[in-house]
Design a protein around this ligand. Structure first.
Ligand code: ATP
Length: 434
């Protein structure tokens, strides 16, 4: 079919080991780019393209179509010379990434032979170096050779698995969909509550340890998961407490391999501070990784929450809106504001305050906040610690608070009643413009 107005159709013949990069503009002038593989073979971030199938990439996508053997493809895109039109690239680090996959696969084979566990890999680096993309690539390659690796998502700002403000784990059973990424079914999600680990580093480390514990338990009972190992995506905060959080994660998961993207100092520091048996590898970033502005990150976060309630691409969800009485729920914030050590009650440390559940009295300022619905059994009051370390079963957004009637209106993916009554408040807000 003919390209839409203002778009052109171009055929690209790509040499082997090269890639075609393009961006799709976000925002008002939002367009989409269609792509079709005509001959040869090609992949997008580790997922193979089918020949003669039309792939559509929506606003904000930043894509690389890579070919190992050479291929030709057709692209319907905005006119040439615009900053977002496709251009072929000869120089990519894909061979190094493939070698990394091959090395990890050797480790899995050895684990299989020796009845041991497969590689646990942590991917680190500053923001915008392509950490998430390298994770996706390694996971898709692993699953393509029959492995069942686990994605551990510790990036609380830009989670690929759940809404922002969470950490999570997801068993990967098939390669990422070319257009939509990994299918997110039954992830294990924990509430963190904000978009940067710095707001409560104790909680962040606690949840990292919790995920490591649960993953290890799963490995004990599931041999395939154990051999598949895990790929851990981390935050781009690599200094101070952010760096300490990486060291903590390495030890909690007992990682075997650390992939450092494009940061020599971080590489040297980790080599110095991690046990000698941990293989720390420095990898270049791809020139295609696009830097994202603060606004762009905020929009992506908003979009992620919108997707949770309203669905993605062809799949529409229809969320529910209903009233919840204050007296029917208990709302907590994790972490009390820090107070000087000298003012702490005898025997209490700052750690305790950061992991403390502080009851929130519902008021107007609750409006637009995202709340996690804790899976902790109602009445688990005695075990507040249990609530911090319990996974969440879903999220709601407060859309209106009536202090007189003592009720709040919420947006929820499921009809009333709420499955549980312990709610954890996030710093993150979502304004429902639908
Ligand atoms: P953050 O720290 O913010 O999570 P990150 O380091 O994980 O960032 P990615 O999310 O992997 O970075 O990549 C940023 C963007 O660059 C993504 O939209 C991704 O699709 C795009 N991208 C990655 N590699 C390429 C490439 N080779 N060509 C074109 N775009 C790419």
């Amino acid at each position: 079919d003919a390209p839409a107005a203002g778009k052109v159709s171009t055929r690209f013949d790509l040499e082997k080991e090269t890639e075609l990069r393009f961006e799709v503009e976000a925002g008002e002038a939002a367009e989409q780019v269609d792509l079709e593989l005509l001959t040869g073979m090609a992949e997008v971030f580790g997922s193979e393209l089918n020949r003669n199938k039309k792939y559509t990439f929506g606003p904000g996508s930043k894509i690389a179509v890579f070919t190992w053997q050479g291929c030709s493809c057709e692209c319907k895109h905005p006119p040439p010379l615009s900053p977002t039109s496709p251009f072929p690239i000869l120089d990519t680090p894909m061979l190094l990434y493939l070698n990394t996959h091959a090395a990890l696969e050797q480790m899995r084979k050895q684990a299989e032979r020796d009845n041991e566990r497969g590689p646990r890999v942590m991917v680190v680096g500053p923001t915008d170096v392509g950490k998430s993309t390298v994770c996706r690539l390694l996971l898709s390659y692993a699953v393509r050779v029959g492995r069942r690796p686990t994605l551990v998502e510790l990036d609380v700002g830009q989670s690929g698995v759940s809404v922002p403000g969470t950490v999570s784990a997801l068993c990967i059973e098939r390669p990422a969909d070319v257009e939509e990424g990994f299918s997110v079914q039954a992830p294990l999600v924990y509430h963190f509550g904000s978009t940067t680990p710095g707001t409560n580093i104790k909680l962040y480390n606690k949840l990292t340890s919790r995920l490591a514990e649960v993953f290890s338990q799963r490995c004990e009972v599931n041999r395939k998961a154990s051999v598949g190992g895990c790929i851990i995506n981390t935050c781009g905060w690599v200094k101070g407490s952010g760096y300490q959080a990486l060291v903590h994660c390495a030890s909690a998961f007992e990682v075997d391999v650390v992939l450092v993207l494009d940061h020599e100092r971080l590489y040297n520091e980790l080599k110095r501070d991690l046990p000698h048996f941990v293989r720390v590898v420095l990898l270049p970033k791809s020139g295609g990784v696009v830097e994202r502005s603060k606004e762009c990150r905020r929009d992506t976060r908003d979009e992620k929450i919108r997707e949770y309630f309203y669905g993605f691409r062809g799949v529409s969800f229809f969320p529910f809106s209903f009233e919840v009485r204050f007296s029917d729920v208990r709302i907590y914030k994790i972490g009390a504001p820090s107070i000087p050590d000298s003012c702490l009650p005898l025997g209490m440390s700052q750690d305790d305050t950061q992991l403390k559940l502080v009851p929130v009295t519902p008021g107007r300022d609750l409006t637009y906040h995202v709340l996690s619905v804790s899976s902790a059994e109602d009445g688990e009051e005695g075990s507040k610690k249990g609530i911090v370390e319990s996974p969440v079963c879903g999220f709601i957004v407060v859309t209106f608070v009536d202090t007189q009637l003592q009720v709040m209106k919420v947006l929820s993916p499921a009809p009333r009643p709420l499955p549980r009554h312990t709610l954890l408040i996030m710093d993150i807000r979502f304004m429902d413009m639908k």
